[in-house]
Design a protein around this ligand. Structure first.
Ligand SMILES: [Zn+2]
Length: 596
């Protein structure tokens, strides 16, 4: 007899047909459907010694649950239970929204059912509570969602009991905010979760139910707690996002972006500090000194300063002092009078005069010839310049922005830079951080450059592979943003049409791609895996001192490839550049045949 045809889930059907499914249910997922807990754990990186823990591209913190419990207690005492409840629910909501974004970014090809099912796993991975999904189902067209979850070992309930004893109502506030934020973000409609039973009330575990906001009726105080207008958000295709979507309400801190491609972008603390200082000084005429390594975007910062200033209608003239020969620098900057020297057949205005009523940007100011430094000081101090060979002074209505990638104080000590000019320039110094000190911004910058170069080179790169992104987050970028920009441009050009940029497209081999050395092993320990294939050319040899190590490295390579491929041997073999038969043989040889 023929076997019954295998039932295909809606999610599978959508993968096979490429059609969007608008309905789904948890029970249609295979057990072990992607993204699995271990796939999610691969997104977790401990950048040991660097003061950073990453979950994909978001910086995480490791903090004692007890301390969070203490904070909770203090907030309750200071503001009362109702206010505390609202605050913690909102914090959980933000956490959920950020994790939903993470899933969309790291697993962009997963359909909604898989993405929704990943939420409980991320929440579990983050250590707040052990979530078991009982079931959920949704229908995007109808806007309906219903789900039921069990929470075991809720950290929030434990902390509540420790400080306040048994509760009379559910108290896992932050944890209830989480699925509300996560699901609402993915579902693009408000879905509210509520605890029906809570272990802080003496139940064995917490029971949580989520449904689309309307189903809860008018009596849903969560609407107020989350401070959100519960109306369907505008469709994504309808052009610009509403202010509400851009705002901070859902906890997403989007980087500043504008229509122009040369805008400065970032959201990290050190970047925001520099930008705030630019904004602060913009409407004055003060001389500004930008300090930062090369490639950090000093010229972009100076353009921004010019645009924000009352001089924005005037010219912006940028000069690299290192690019002008010493004997020409004075005439280039301040102009020349006819007959000033042999060959000066006509009078000519210098950059200062051309920048009149605008801004002059002097990059690499330290390489300015000593004589010219005196003239520059006079131009700044007395607002007057004198052309070379001229006898009269001309007013200089120019704002000066200087930039340096070396410590000017050292140049003064070495006698190469005038101290009086140094003091004059130092009125308002702004330090622009190197990219390695603002890694939080790497993913913003990557998306920005990806968009830019896709347009410029008429490509349609869909993004970066996990390992390419991981490698970028771990890289030190001696060339700063300019280097990242070059890498993405190279990646966009090299990657196959419509495909993702992989690690070999980014690194030309000159850069050492220091892929995160530490990862989580299956039993939850931090370990040092052997370099994966992409790193083999550059990093193999690190830590390998014996053939024993080599064998271990080889095994780790296979395990990593299998994990990357979700246990699929053919796919893992392709990643390793081996045939399936060859990989099969080697897995057996290393006793890894059952390891997937
Ligand atoms: Zn609870």
């Amino acid at each position: 007899m023929d076997r019954l045809p295998k039932l295909i889930s809606l999610a599978d059907a959508s993968r096979k047909t490429g059609k969007m499914v608008s309905r789904g249910a948890f029970d249609e997922l295979d057990t072990g459907a992607s993204p699995t807990l271990s796939e999610l754990a691969q997104a977790l990186h401990f950048s040991l010694g660097d003061g950073r823990i990453w979950l994909n591209d978001q910086r995480m913190l490791l903090m004692q649950a007890q301390v969070l419990g203490r904070l909770r207690q203090e907030v309750i005492e200071a503001f009362g239970v109702e206010a505390a409840k609202g605050m913690f629910m909102r914090v959980g909501y933000m956490q959920g929204v950020r994790d939903a974004e993470l899933i969309q970014k790291r697993f962009p090809n997963e359909d909604l059912t898989h993405a929704l099912a990943a939420g409980p796993r991320v929440h579990t991975l983050e250590g707040f509570v052990k979530v078991t999904t009982r079931h959920f189902r949704f229908d995007v067209m109808k806007g309906t969602y219903f789900g039921e979850f069990l929470w075991e070992d809720s950290s929030e309930a434990a902390e509540h009991i420790a400080h306040h004893g048994l509760a009379t109502e559910p108290v896992c506030w932050m944890q209830t905010g989480y699925p509300t934020g996560y699901t609402s973000k993915l579902f693009k409609r408000p879905v509210i979760f509520r605890e029906i039973e809570c272990s802080a009330m003496g139940a064995q575990r917490c029971l949580v139910v989520g449904q689309n906001a309307e189903e809860w009726g008018n009596d849903a105080p969560e609407r107020a707690y989350f401070g959100l207008e519960w109306k369907p958000r505008r469709r994504e295709t309808m052009g610009d996002a509403t202010p509400e979507q851009n705002g901070d309400k859902d906890g997403s801190r989007e980087p500043t972006e504008s229509k122009t491609t040369d805008e400065i972008i970032g959201a990290s603390a050190s970047f925001l500090r520099a930008r705030a200082m630019v904004e602060k000084v913009a409407d004055t005429d003060a001389t500004v000194l930008l300090i930062g390594e090369s490639g950090v975007g000093k010229e972009l910062f100076s353009q921004k300063l010019h645009r924000l200033s009352p001089r924005s209608k005037g010219p912006f003239v940028a000069i690299n002092c290192a690019a002008i020969p010493d004997n020409l620098v004075e005439s280039e900057l301040f102009g020349v009078e006819k007959g000033a020297f042999t060959g000066a057949v006509a009078s000519r205005a210098g950059y200062f005069e051309r920048a009149a009523s605008g801004t002059i940007f002097l990059d690499e100011i330290a390489s300015l010839a000593y004589a010219a430094q005196g003239k520059l000081l006079r131009a700044i101090q007395e607002r007057q310049i004198e052309r070379v060979g001229g006898s009269r002074t001309v007013p200089a209505n120019v704002r000066v922005i200087a930039a340096s990638n070396v410590e000017l104080a050292d140049e003064v000590r070495a006698g190469r830079f005038r101290q009086d000019l140094y003091f004059r320039l130092c009125v308002f110094p702004i330090a622009i951080p190197p990219l390695r000190e603002r890694r939080d911004d790497i993913s913003f910058l990557v998306s920005h450059f990806l968009r830019q170069f896709n347009i410029r080179h008429r490509r349609d790169c869909s993004g970066l592979t996990h390992r390419a992104m991981d490698a970028l987050l771990a890289y030190d970028f001696p060339g700063n943003i300019r280097e990242l920009q070059n890498m993405i441009e190279r990646g966009v050009i090299f990657a196959d049409a419509g495909a993702q940029i992989d690690i070999q497209h980014l690194f030309s081999g000159r850069e050492m791609s220091r892929v995160y050395p530490q990862q989580l092993s299956e039993d939850g320990r931090i370990w040092l895996p052997a370099p994966r294939k992409h790193a083999a050319n550059t990093a193999l040899g690190v830590g390998i001192t014996s053939t024993d190590d080599l064998v271990k490295a080889e095994e780790a390579l296979y395990r990593a490839a299998l994990a990357d491929a979700g246990g699929n041997i053919s796919s893992a073999a392709r990643r390793l550049g081996l045939t399936r038969a060859k990989l099969d043989y080697r897995l057996k040889k290393h006793g890894l045949a059952g390891a997937r």
